[in-house]
Design a protein around this ligand. Structure first.
Ligand SMILES: [Ca+2]
Ligand SMILES: [Ca+2]
Ligand SMILES: [Ca+2]
Length: 434
């Protein structure tokens, strides 16, 4: 979590410090080809450094050193990449993790590059507000890629169809600060294609990401005050894929006037989660939030290799699904709380569901922290409505009552109540699981 002080300081820096760029062509091709231009005891050239004798220093560049394979006017001896004519001393730096101007630094801080068709454009100033303390809304054109270099940007982004926004240096280096506005990132994908968000922290917005149709979220950290990803209003071929990302709600009830934070709220479409962390999301009753980390209705949810820690909700602490197809694999649930299912609540499954290779430790249904509740609550997994569920290699922590009050529960005789329903359980620990 970026502290508010650090955030303010960085915004100040962005607002007041002029962004500098390398002077165009500090060296010319003629300079580079001049055998005397750079030769001397301190040049370091030719591997002899400051120790070269008069005879060595008088040597002219070899034939190989004078070759200019990429034709940019700078020979091999001067060119840090003689295979790419856009890279040479004095070239314009792009925000891309590559050292274009051969000065040894891959990028300058706090600048941004837009790649749109054949155009490469420095858009740094377009991402910054004209008034200090304000927040800028920047629109990424259809099909374009926006690269953002390290810094804390007072910027919100509206990304059109098939566009990508990439933080160079990753989510710990590049922060979009939404300034407390209603949303931080909107994927306006009504023309088709897949939008990509990668390598960013999206902070200080009511909703971090909204209005998506087809979206890949990778290496992203969301610090939602209310919502992480709102996936309800999109239309068309919807798929949300979340990879290697972090949803940290910081339990927003601690913020005066704030609603409880959730991770992903989805209605329809397909949501794929892989290698991600959901933590400190949701709130305890009387919250209206049905689950802290993921709520899925009328869709497909596939979760793999992800962690759900200390999330709170009314139906489930971590995941609540209704009328959906669900698979959960290789995941870990701990410290989640609810007044029905501490970790996972599956209601009215629409396809055979699987829960495999996952651990449930110290999740809590109705407990001392929660008043009221149901008579059929469960600490880890709760099942209701028609269902065909297979659980395999599921661990409930290796001892009785590791999840409170039971590890697994279904409220009534499910096969009588919902003909055709089946539950197959193969658990490494069988407390409440038979
Ligand atoms: Ca060259
Ligand atoms: Ca660069
Ligand atoms: Ca450079």
């Amino acid at each position: 979590m970026v502290s508010r002080l650090a955030r303010a300081s960085a915004v100040l820096a962005l607002g007041l410090a002029p962004v500098s760029f390398p002077a165009a062509h500090a060296a010319t091709p003629e300079d580079a080809l001049d055998p005397d231009a750079d030769i001397g005891p301190d040049s370091g050239r030719g591997g002899s450094g400051g120790d070269c004798g008069p005879a060595e220093c008088a040597e002219t560049p070899s034939e190989d050193e004078l070759l200019d394979a990429d034709g940019d006017g700078f020979p091999l001896a001067e060119d840090c990449d003689d295979t790419d004519p856009t890279i040479h001393p004095g070239a314009v730096e792009h925000c891309d993790g590559v050292d274009q101007d051969c000065d040894g630094d891959v990028d300058q801080m706090s600048f941004a590059t837009l790649y749109h068709g054949a155009t490469v454009q420095n858009v740094t100033q377009d991402l910054l507000p004209s008034v200090f303390g304000d927040t800028k809304l920047y629109e990424v054109p259809t099909g374009a890629t926006l690269n953002i270099c390290p810094g804390i940007w007072p910027t919100r982004i509206s990304a059109y169809a098939g566009s990508s926004v990439v933080g160079i240096g990753g989510r710990d280096q590049v922060v979009l600060d939404g300034g407390g506005n209603s949303w931080g990132f909107a994927a306006n994908n009504y023309l088709g294609g897949t939008n990509t968000i990668k390598g960013l922290t999206i902070a200080n917005s009511n909703t971090a990401i909204v209005s998506v149709v087809k979206l890949l979220v990778e290496d992203v950290r969301l610090e939602p005050h209310v919502r992480g990803i709102d996936y309800r209003d999109a239309t068309g071929a919807r798929q949300l894929e979340v990879v290697d990302s972090i949803f940290d709600g910081d339990h927003g009830w601690r913020l005066p006037g704030s609603s409880p934070p959730w991770g992903i709220l989805a209605d329809g479409g397909t949501v794929l989660i892989e290698g991600s962390l959901f933590t400190n999301l949701g709130s305890l009753p009387p919250s209206q939030l049905s689950a802290g980390a993921i709520v899925m209705t009328d869709g497909v949810l596939e979760v793999s290799a992800s962690d759900f820690i200390d999330n709170w909700g009314t139906h489930a602490g971590a995941i609540h699904t209704s009328h959906s197809a669900v698979s959960i694999d290789g995941s870990y649930f701990s410290g989640n709380q609810s007044n029905r299912a501490g970790a996972v609540s599956l209601s009215s499954l629409t396809a055979p569901a699987t829960l495999s290779d996952s651990d449930f430790v110290c999740n809590v249904g109705p407990g001392s922290l929660i008043s009221g509740g149901y008579s059929f609550e469960s600490g880890a997994v709760f099942l209701s409505g028609p269902h065909q569920l297979t659980m395999s290699a599921v661990s409930f922590g290796g001892g009785p009552l590791v999840n409170y009050p039971w590890d697994f529960n279904s409220p009534l005789d499910h096969e009588q109540q919902w003909p055709g329903s089946t539950v197959s359980l193969t658990c490494t620990h069988a407390g409440g699981c038979s």
